[in-house]
Write a protein that binds this ligand. Structure first.
Ligand code: GRF
Length: 187
């Protein structure tokens, strides 16, 4: 299965997926890392791991359509079958949704539909919940909406954002590869 990982941030999920591809836990190959942030740490990690990087800066295109058409062309050249979002901080538009129907997956650090959007862990702690978690879901045009594929609960640690984030990331790195493995073998 040829996949493209989309990321804008530190890339710990990208690294976890890459490792699972390499050690055979995930029967997939990362054809390309797509990023809108060339300075993000994920780009450095991709260089170290010898994964090709394609940078697409939205500002260089007049519209979201034009931006996504450029990405789509690259994905088609690489024969990519699935788009895996891992901390990609943009909504996906119709161009990519139509080209990859039910083949775009996202991971989010809360038990959706609670706490969608940015700063989900901070939101959970502000609300004083005692349990939050991780959701893997298919992407639609909404923000962190779309059919849920897997969820796992994570206890809030001492009402602390950093400690809870650490626990959440550890769960993400396992849940994402397992869910993708299930998806790719079902197809
Ligand atoms: C993760 O918490 C993921 O759930 C969210 O963005 C974060 C990305 O972290 N969508 P990383 O860049 O993979 O370390």
């Amino acid at each position: 299965t040829k996949i493209a990982v989309f990321a804008s941030g530190s890339g710990s999920n990208f690294v976890a997926i890459e490792e699972a591809c390499r050690n055979g836990e995930l029967h997939a190959e990362i054809a390309v890392l797509i990023t809108d942030k060339p300075e993000a740490y994920v780009a450095e990690r991709a260089r170290e791991l010898n994964i090709p990087i394609s940078v697409f800066s939205p500002k260089a295109y007049g519209s979201r359509e034009k931006y996504e058409e450029a990405i789509l062309q690259k994905l088609q050249e690489d024969h990519v079958e699935w788009l895996i979002l891992a901390g990609y901080m943009r909504l996906i538009g119709h161009t990519l949704l139509d080209a990859f129907p039910s083949r775009i997956v996202n991971i989010h650090p809360s038990l959706l539909p609670s706490f969608p959007g940015k700063a989900a862990i901070e939101q959970a702690i502000e609300h004083g919940v005692k349990v939050t978690g991780v959701t893997v879901h298919l992407v639609d045009e909404g923000m962190d909406t779309g059919p849920i594929l897997a969820q796992e609960a994570v206890r809030v640690v001492d009402g602390d954002v950093e400690k809870t984030a650490e626990a959440i990331h550890a769960v993400e790195h396992v849940l994402y590869k397992e869910t993708l493995h299930r998806l790719f073998t079902e197809q």
